[in-house]
Ligand binder design. Sequence first.
Ligand SMILES: NC(=O)CC[C@H](N)C(=O)O
Length: 209
Amino acid sequence: MDWKLIDWTAKNAWLIEGGKMKKVGVLALQGSVEEHISILKKIEGIEPIKVKTREELMEVDRLIIPGGESTTMGKLLRDFNLLNPLVDRIKDGMPVWGTCAGMILLAKKIEGSPEGHLMVMDIQVRRNAYGRQIYSFMIRKVIPEFSNEKIPLIFIRAPYITEIGKNVTPLLELDGHILAAKQENMLATSFHPELTNNTVVHDYFCNKM
Ligand SMILES: NC(=O)CC[C@H](N)C(=O)O
């Protein structure tokens, strides 16, 4: 009998093994939503979901808050009545990852602002800490928590963390500033893994948090 090679996609193979797809949401009010979705599609066992409503928020297992403009996203979270339900889900333990503007939304304190947005993570951030858009840059670094290979890190009007609470673990520091940190179910990065084709940080968030 002749055996034919069947061209299973990774997703099908995974389903055949009896896995359950994890629903990973991307907050889809503004910012680099499509970029996160297309990286998530490369990770097996993941069903990416755009989150714009309370119902969609309730449906996901974990959530990414993308880069963009934190003031706009904060306003839209309030206008769409998503701010409090999102705070509740994070406090209930749903894993959440904020990239760049997403990190600003998670922070308890934003330098120079009387109030933050979600205010769940024990970090203080400085917005636009590296200056304007033209001062965007890319570096390659090893972040041992994620992997032992160098990964590309893209900074666009990026914030950094200026203070952390004792329950926050810094994951990457550069020139005395914290650029990635973790606290319980919360991950924050001031760079944009969704703008590269490297899946290491997405894989960590989806499978190791
Ligand atoms: N790339 C980004 O997400 C930039 C964040 C932006 N500077 C803000 O404060 O919201």
